[in-house]
Design a protein around this ligand. Structure first.
Ligand SMILES: C[S@@+](CC[C@H](N)C(=O)[O-])C[C@H]1O[C@@H](n2cnc3c(N)ncnc32)[C@H](O)[C@@H]1O
Length: 280
């Protein structure tokens, strides 16, 4: 790192003066409110990798084994336990103070910083060999901010560096769809399901007003945080072009079942896709 830890105050997100339906400021406000809410860490209990992550980390371990790793949007530290012991240097960031505090307490010794991924200026050019951003972290910000992040990721990567990140799949048949009521024979469980459904339905209606369809991407809500987030969705052709324009060469796309997708393969059943790209 070229200077001290960054604080999220240094971000250059688009102005958030007046929330306008569909504006990036609105998307940032919505998501930021959730990730900065008290108790947010409790929603992230898993300590395990999912199948696409496991396959990507096994296949591309040369990219991080004994090398310098930046893990973006660390949450409660799910991926730190796998990458930190294998990396030469492991750095993780999150813009949520609660997440950073949680990592400091749960994983003492991990280098974690309160920082916004839109501003990686505390870190120097080519400081890392592997940038990891799983669990659709890039999707929390606007289109303009996403392009800035790809540029920043490229800048901090070494010449043979790798970027591995996941993103919501716009071609998934459930993309943007609302919640469904789950049924149970047990009346207590059923009452819980109904309450949960109503909460999700309300969030979906509220955030649904801000859904947006652009040529390159869509802004849609999803199951995360009971449909209260507004996420960026993109199909893999558009993502490939975006990566190309940002100075990356796409190496592989892995679907939610862990399949490495070839060009002709369908991806309508995959809610998100994991991309691995090399710095050009
Ligand atoms: C879906 S959670 C994923 C957490 C973790 N990577 C995991 O897979 O368990 C997204 C995380 O990204 C963080 N995040 C969202 N926007 C961010 C931003 N602009 N800069 C840094 N962190 C961000 C959130 O605070 C949250 O911890």
């Amino acid at each position: 790192m070229s200077s001290g830890p960054a604080a999220s105050g240094g971000i250059r997100a688009e102005p958030a003066a007046e929330p306008r339906p569909g504006s990036s400021a609105t998307q940032d406000e919505i998501n930021s409110r959730i990730y900065h809410a008290r108790g947010v860490a409790a929603a992230y209990r898993s300590k395990l990798l999912d199948r696409p992550e496991t396959l990507a980390l096994l296949r591309y371990q040369h990219g991080f084994f004994g090398r310098n790793v930046l893990d973006i949007g660390i949450g409660t530290g799910r991926t730190a336990g796998f990458l930190q012991p294998l990396a030469r240097r492991y750095v993780c960031i999150d813009y949520s103070q609660e997440m950073v505090d949680h990592v400091r307490e749960a994983l003492p010794g991990i280098e974690v910083h309160l920082a916004d991924m839109r501003d990686l200026s505390p870190w120097g050019a080519a400081e890392f060999d592997f940038v990891f951003a799983p669990n659709n972290v890039f999707d929390a910000v606007s289109h303009a901010d996403r392009l800035r992040i790809l540029g920043e990721a490229r800048r901090v990567l070494s010449a043979d560096g790798l970027l591995a990140f996941s993103s919501h799949n716009r071609r998934c048949r459930t993309a943007g769809k609302g919640p469904r009521l789950t049924y149970s024979r047990n009346p207590v469980t059923q009452a819980r399901h109904v309450i949960e459904y109503l909460r999700r339905r309300l969030n979906h209606l509220r955030v649904g007003r801000l859904h947006r369809d652009e040529d390159e991407y869509a802004l849609l809500s999803d199951t995360g945080h009971d449909y209260a987030l507004l996420h960026y969705y993109i199909d893999r052709d558009r993502q490939q072009r975006q990566l190309d324009a940002a100075g990356f060469r796409l190496l592989e796309v892995i679907d939610s079942d862990g399949r490495s997708l070839r060009e002709a393969d369908g991806d309508a059943s995959s809610p998100s896709l994991l991309y691995v790209a090399a710095r050009k």
